[in-house]
Design a protein around this ligand. Structure first.
Ligand code: ADP
Ligand code: ADP
Length: 223
């Protein structure tokens, strides 16, 4: 269970990106829907411990995330909106390298995990190709594989379907649905269809505040 209490963040330019966010998020997929500028990325960077809030508390399965960021990162997978890949490096080599960085030091176990993630994300046939040459949809699926290295218990995915065509989006939805059976997934998006298809629960974020929270059928109808 991820608990976010009274989290606020203002930037030095005076923008109040988050103004007292309270959310409790359980196993499965939780959607954070909001327009550009609502504060989604700021909240996700805070939950990924890449940025500190000005005030508030975050706990995950009882762990104080802000006080113990190192411990939190051990069970965290984070897929930022724009993630870089090394030009020319193949999917399998890049995953192997990132797995090593994540502390998967046993080579055989790492290879097994990389193999399983390539299969899960339907990229096994492309494993020897450079990720920098992947299509948008393939790249996002690779991003999920990368974020799942080390078997995180919490997966944070920031606007993963922006720019995907309908077929790629559907394929990505199927993947997230599968992943969400085992992990807490927090998905941010400005696309209503993403949350409607995927998330049993969601919140709508606007100007740094939670407008409402609940099941998509109820909330989306009220938009
Ligand atoms: P979203 O992900 O929903 O688009 P963001 O968290 O990126 O929202 O942004 C929330 C608000 O904070 C926006 O007004 C944005 O311009 C502002 N903002 C985001 N990052 C910074 C930053 N590093 N410095 C100043 N303002 C920022
Ligand atoms: P998103 O909507 O996904 O947050 P943005 O275009 O708002 O994307 O932000 C892209 C990057 O620029 C982020 O790292 C964000 O922190 C930064 N940023 C956004 N708004 C501002 C701003 N007003 N001043 C400085 N940096 C900003």
């Amino acid at each position: 269970m991820l608990r976010i209490s009274a989290v606020s963040k203002a930037y030095p330019n005076g923008v109040r990106a988050l103004q007292g966010i309270d959310l409790s998020i359980d196993r499965g997929l939780f959607g954070l829907l909001g327009p550009n500028g609502a504060g989604k990325s700021t909240l996700m960077r805070i939950l990924a411990t890449l940025q500190a809030p000005d005030a508030g508390q975050v706990t995950f399965d009882g762990l104080d995330v802000l006080a113990r960021p190192q411990a939190h990162r051990r069970h965290l997978g984070y897929l930022p909106q724009d993630f870089g890949v090394y030009p020319g490096v193949s999917a399998v080599d890049l995953l192997d390298h990132l797995g090593l960085l994540k502390g998967l030091t046993n080579a055989r176990e790492r290879r097994e995990q990389v193999d399983a993630l390539l299969s899960l994300t339907n990229l096994h046939a492309h494993r020897k190709k450079a990720v920098s040459g992947f299509s948008g949809g393939m790249r996002q699926r690779f991003g999920i594989a990368q974020a799942l290295l080390g078997n995180p218990k919490l997966l944070i995915v920031d606007e993963p379907t922006s720019g995907l065509d309908p077929e790629e989006r559907q394929r990505f939805h199927n993947l997230l649905g599968e992943v969400g059976e085992n992990v807490v997934v927090l998905l941010s998006t400005h696309i209503v269809e993403d949350v409607r298809q995927l998330c049993p629960r969601m919140a709508i974020l606007s100007e740094g505040r939670v407008l409402c929270e609940g099941a998509p059928e109820a909330l989306v109808a009220s938009l």
